[in-house]
Design a protein around this ligand. Sequence first.
Ligand code: SF4
Length: 403
Amino acid sequence: MALSLSACRPTIEAALERALAGIRLSAQDASAFEHTTSSELLALLQTADALRAQYHGDTITYSRKVFIPLTNLCRDYCGYCTFRRDPGDPGAKTMTPDDILAVVTQGEKLGCKEALFSLGDKPEALFPQMQQELQRLGHRRTLGYLTEMCRLVLDHSSLLPHANPGVMGPKDLERLRDVNISMGLMLESTSRRLLGKGMAHDNAPDKDPVVRLKTLDNAGKLRIPFTTGILIGIGETFAERVEALCAIRDLHDRYGHIQEVIIQNFRAKPEVPMHAHPEPSLLDFLRTIAVARLILGGEMNIQAPPNLTPEQYQLLITAGINDWGGVSPVTIDFINPEAPWPQLLTLERVSTEMGLRLRQRLALYPEYITRKPDYIAPALAARLQTMVDADGYPLVQQGDTLP
Ligand code: SF4
């Protein structure tokens, strides 16, 4: 379908024309897309799609991973979280080195290249039981144990760790950098309102946007390739979404380290405090992905988790994503256990139907390997070079066919 802007109001038309000319949307331009006519929404999606195609061609990527929930104990109580546990809760668990090696070994056989460590934030700060557990494991802090487990994965497998352990200080980042090819922390939102009574981040001190932005800033100073993103539908306004996306863009402009931005949609689940909170509609989600593409620009890698919007994969592409994120043939999504990963063959079929070629990537995007070598941890550089082709994609090996 040819892109038609003539049915749009002048402010929208001018913003889309600027976007197509490669000028990223200002916060003010972006705010115009909160309320659109159907023609304007269509034009927004088409513009986002065109930008994606201009910069990423016919390639859409994913990372084949194993998910390692190192510990589900967490000192925060986010209103939408099904992952966290208190000590003694059914399912409360801190993984042992043997647990981790078993998962990693299985993943290796199925062509996984990424070991995603996802865990609760600073449980030892709240729970004496975690302090004792860490002592048994030879550590004082969860982040110390995480560092050792990332090293274990590197020493015993070909997988590359990508840790997502919550808020970190500069020294933590520095230590983890040596054993992670990239790292992540969802900004989620820049709204401090959400820390208020009864809001999504009430009783979640690590979700204060000030401390999360500080972590992202410190990661930039250390040139750590970083994954971040926003979580939509948790009580934030459209303007606050735009503000968060602009904050991410500013960080990337300053340091060049934001390798991908995830746009994640809140899903209501019966067991969470926010079980009755409305989920964002599909159109709201698509609108936000497209606006993110126009704020962050064509070059940025933008991802939406396919397992949280099943059966709508094509629309996610239309809204401007160029990556499906981490998909595991081995482990469930422990953060959203009710939402199975799509089969890789399904993603390949959907991508092909949309005229795109699905390619596996590492937990480090190809352009960081080919064009930004100073963002690669020196301790991992030699190993990385043995794993990739000239374009920065993983070499195809036995077992890498789509499971
Ligand atoms: S979302 Fe993360 S920080 Fe919040 S409660 Fe769950 S595990 Fe903890």
